[in-house]
Write a protein that binds this ligand. Structure first.
Ligand SMILES: C[S@@+](CC[C@H](N)C(=O)[O-])C[C@H]1O[C@@H](n2cnc3c(N)ncnc32)[C@H](O)[C@@H]1O
Length: 258
């Protein structure tokens, strides 16, 4: 899969895409990340890329012309005969909120173009004419789209076949299957096995799988009832959750000694 990122800060994207799972996916040839800087397409001695908005008001906007030329160059790069045009995603606080379901869909695309805004954002006419989708990473405002693009590249990149050492780990992650992940424990020299649920030390794989499913159901019930309400549970799941909630309510009722 290939990402082409239109950004005034290519070094930011490049750095993020060099580390961890995404960096490894790049090294394995599963992922390609290219950056395109609108400043390289700006005219004048100062290569200006911002302009005051019509109507006045605070802040500057990214200028249309350098962006449009930069975008055309990015679109034209690495195009093979028969390729369908790659969609352009504008990272924007006004976009559709990024979810794991959206990440899965995006991960099946061969190529994505990502447009990172800066300043007060981008001229609406460029968005109307060029952008295929707007994606937000949450209800807050960043100073630029680069962090959001890096988030999207990470979430999508790790789903590329062969990027994770064990693909099962992605299947068990939060939001896959509509639930949060169960808690995890590992060897600790200082803590030993204190606080580790007995079942995880039992070697009984069926019991461990059942406990993990129950914890995932219980955690989702406690922390994200909205997710649980949208998930179809089988009879077994309902029984596991009922037992979890009974136990949790009982524990809440027991007064704690201070
Ligand atoms: C300071 S923001 C501009 C915000 C814009 N004036 C608004 O209120 O919608 C600059 C850039 O950061 C990026 N950005 C900010 N918050 C974001 C978010 N939650 N998700 C994705 N991108 C975001 C966008 O690319 C945006 O053009």
């Amino acid at each position: 899969m290939r990402f082409d990122v239109i950004t005034l800060f290519p070094e930011f994207i490049d750095h993020c895409a060099r580390i961890g799972v995404v960096g490894r996916a790049r090294e394995r040839g599963l992922l390609d990340v290219a950056c395109w800087n609108p400043r390289d397409y700006a005219g004048g001695n100062y290569r200006r890329v911002d302009e005051r908005p019509f109507g006045g008001g605070p802040g500057m906007l990214m200028m249309i012309e350098p962006l449009r030329e930069c975008l055309a160059a990015a679109r034209a790069a690495a195009v093979m005969p028969g390729d369908t045009p790659a969609p352009l995603i504008h990272l924007s606080p006004q976009g559709e909120k990024l979810t794991q379901a959206m990440v899965r869909k995006l991960a099946s695309q061969p190529r994505l173009l990502l447009l990172c805004g800066r300043y007060e954002g981008i001229d609406e006419r460029l968005i109307e004419r060029e952008v295929d989708a707007e994606v937000s990473i949450g209800d807050f405002v960043l100073s630029g789209g680069e962090l959001a693009a890096a988030v999207l590249i990470d979430a999508v990149g790790r789903l590329q076949h062969g990027a994770l050492n064990d693909e099962q780990s992605a299947v068990q992650d939060s939001f896959e299957g509509g639930l949060l992940d169960c808690p995890h424990y590992t060897r600790s020299e200082s803590l030993g096995t204190a606080g580790v649920p007995d079942v995880l030390l039992s070697g009984d794989h069926a019991a461990i799988a059942r406990w993990r499913r129950q914890q995932a159901l219980g955690r989702t019930w406690l922390r994200r009832p909205d997710l649980l309400a949208r998930t179809t549970l089988c009879d077994d799941d309902r029984a596991l959750l009922a037992a979890f909630s009974r136990e949790w309510l009982r524990a809440q009722a027991v007064p704690t000694s201070k």
